[in-house]
Design a protein around this ligand. Structure first.
Ligand code: M6P
Ligand code: ZN
Length: 191
């Protein structure tokens, strides 16, 4: 698409698609996040190549640059593993105090947030909802609807991603369908 703005990027505010030479793309397949779900028997039944979410993003400065900002659109597929909704991996920022904005374009979901002590809460995502994610707060998005969940994000270019804490300890609660209602269910720790 030709771009009359002079910027290397245009967003289609209806679909969330990023257009132009600056747009990069990545995707997350089920096999890459399978171990994060609670019900591993159900997880084994899902095609490992299923794309759970994909991202279109713009890095106008080099990753790690202090003072810059990044921009992206995330598209989360609908689906469940047992009673747990499809979700993003989730992360703290590697530079822990960095904040982020999410804003929903399409679909229904939940932004799951967790502080460093493991206290976990959620905010409803629906078209138009804007979410400020404070520093030192892990964030993950679950799609609770039947259609794609689309949200835009803006985050500091030196924030980075710390996935390890989530891999080892998880969040303090999971977004599960309880009697058909999306519910944040506290995680029972066995160890
Ligand atoms: C948003 C931003 C990105 C993040 C992506 C997917 O677009 O927060 O920084 O990478 O969501 O989330 P995750 O990194 O947890 O897979
Ligand atoms: Zn982030």
């Amino acid at each position: 698409m030709s771009n009359p703005t002079g910027s290397p990027l245009t967003i289609d505010w209806i679909s969330g698609a990023l257009l132009g030479p600056a747009a990069r793309r990545s995707e997350k397949k089920f096999v890459e996040i399978k171990s994060l779900f609670r019900d591993q028997e159900q997880a084994a039944l899902i095609d490992p190549n299923t794309v759970v979410y994909r991202i279109e993003y713009w890095l106008p400065v080099t990753e790690g640059t202090f003072g810059g900002l990044f921009w992206g659109t995330t598209f989360v597929a609908p689906g469940k593993v047992g009673d747990e909704f499809f979700m993003t991996h989730g992360h703290f920022h590697a530079v822990l105090d960095r904040a982020e904005y999410y804003a929903t374009l399409q679909g229904e979901g939940a932004l799951i947030l967790m502080d460093e002590a493991g206290k976990t809460w959620s905010e409803v995502m629906q078209p138009g909802s804007v979410h400020y994610i404070p520093g030192a707060t892990a964030h993950r998005v679950a799609n609770t609807g039947n259609q794609e969940l689309v949200f835009v994000a803006c985050w500091p270019s030196d924030a980075g991603h710390d996935y390890e804490k989530i891999r080892s300890d998880g969040f303090g609660a999971r977004l599960r369908s309880v009697k058909g209602i999306p519910t944040l269910v506290p995680e029972v720790r066995t160890e």
